[in-house]
Design a binder for this molecule. Structure first.
Ligand SMILES: [Zn+2]
Length: 343
């Protein structure tokens, strides 16, 4: 299985390629970055699939923030996108803003979660199958893989739809707090402050899931709330004495400390973490400290970044790296992605 984390500016655009039980190659896209990311990173991958006569077997749009949905809107809008290759994408997952339901029921279509509505309008005019009520914790078999949804809960999806309907709902702005330069060891000793948790209704409705294929398990957490994911894992029977062991975790919300918690980390056993962001605020060093507090003692923890720049390289100092069993991975020069190969 190959997880290709494309450079998507502040956002996410991930292409997962694996082989199903019948030996067929499958491609799943998770999100699509900002509109700018479409031309730089996403379109070249789609062009490659077209050239190889492959498909996007499933495109999952975790939520409607611009840094996740922008690229797919560019694909629908662009001349060489959907218009040229209407059969490229076989299936969509995007939770509805409620817009499509209101159209069907001939009710008011006033809704202001703009990007989500724009995508729903496109999808309503295509024959591409579209799952639009994806609620945790449920399990879905598709493309020869198993998906266990961990977010959103029904409560969080309803809250988002109400927010989209009644307010001037605009995408949540990225939190860009000042990054700390305190040593990792000091941050690890810091008491956890639960008041910092994410409260965005957009992120609260983000799809997060456990993905299982080729005998591997990966968590893709979108921008989901840590509390929702932890509640789902608990409902599935995981606890600190019986954590879910996974090969890899795509950290929620670009590594923001607002989307991780000791509660959630106590339910997981993992030593490879993917962080999708160009930096400038994300990820928080506090997130890495929380992870190291819950890391398996016997092995290194690997943080894989999809950009290489001085901002991201400066998060962990030489002293931090010398004091802890941490590996970091950055893309090769000239590549607009980094691959995590799970073998
Ligand atoms: Zn995001």
């Amino acid at each position: 299985m190959r997880i290709r984390m494309l450079q998507a500016f502040q956002g996410d655009a991930i292409l997962v390629t694996f082989t199903d039980d019948d030996g067929n190659k499958k491609n799943i896209f998770i999100d699509s970055g900002t509109p700018k990311a479409y031309f730089q990173s996403v379109k070249p991958e789609l062009d490659g699939l077209v050239a190889a006569s492959e498909n996007v077997d499933l495109w999952i749009v975790t939520h409607t923030d611009d840094d996740h949905i922008g690229g797919i809107l560019a694909w629908f809008n662009g001349s060489e996108g959907y218009a040229t290759h209407p059969n490229l994408v076989r299936h969509f997952w995007i939770n509805t803003t409620g817009y499509a339901n209101r159209v069907n029921q001939k009710q008011s279509t006033k809704v202001s979660a703009r990007q989500g509505v724009d995508l729903e309008k496109f999808l309503l005019n295509t024959n591409i199958p579209w799952d639009k009520e994806l609620i945790a914790p449920t399990t879905h078999e598709i493309c020869g893989a198993e998906f266990t949804l961990l977010s959103p809960s029904q409560e969080r999806l309803t809250a988002f739809q109400e927010h989209a309907k009644t307010k001037k709902a605009v995408s949540s702005k990225l939190s860009r707090g000042q990054r700390t330069n305190r040593p990792l060891l000091e941050l690890m000793a810091e008491p956890y402050d639960p008041s910092k948790q994410d409260k965005s209704p957009f992120n609260g409705a983000s799809i997060a899931f456990l993905f299982e294929a080729e005998g591997k398990k990966v968590l893709f957490l979108g921008d989901a709330w840590a509390s929702t994911v932890a509640d789902s894992l608990t409902a599935l029977g995981y606890h600190s004495g019986n954590p879910l062991e996974v090969d890899c975790v795509k950290l929620a919300h670009h590594g923001s400390q607002r989307n991780v918690s000791p509660d959630l980390l106590s339910l997981l056993k993992c030593r490879q973490f993917l962080i999708s962001t160009m930096g400038s605020g994300h990820p928080d060093k506090e997130t890495l400290a929380l992870i190291m507090n819950h890391a398996p003692a016997d092995k290194d923890v690997t943080f894989t970044f999809n950009y290489d720049n001085s901002d991201l390289r400066s998060i962990l100092t030489q002293e931090d790296l010398a004091q802890h069993a941490i590996q970091t991975r950055f893309p090769a020069r000239g590549n607009h992605y980094i691959d995590a190969e799970l073998e």
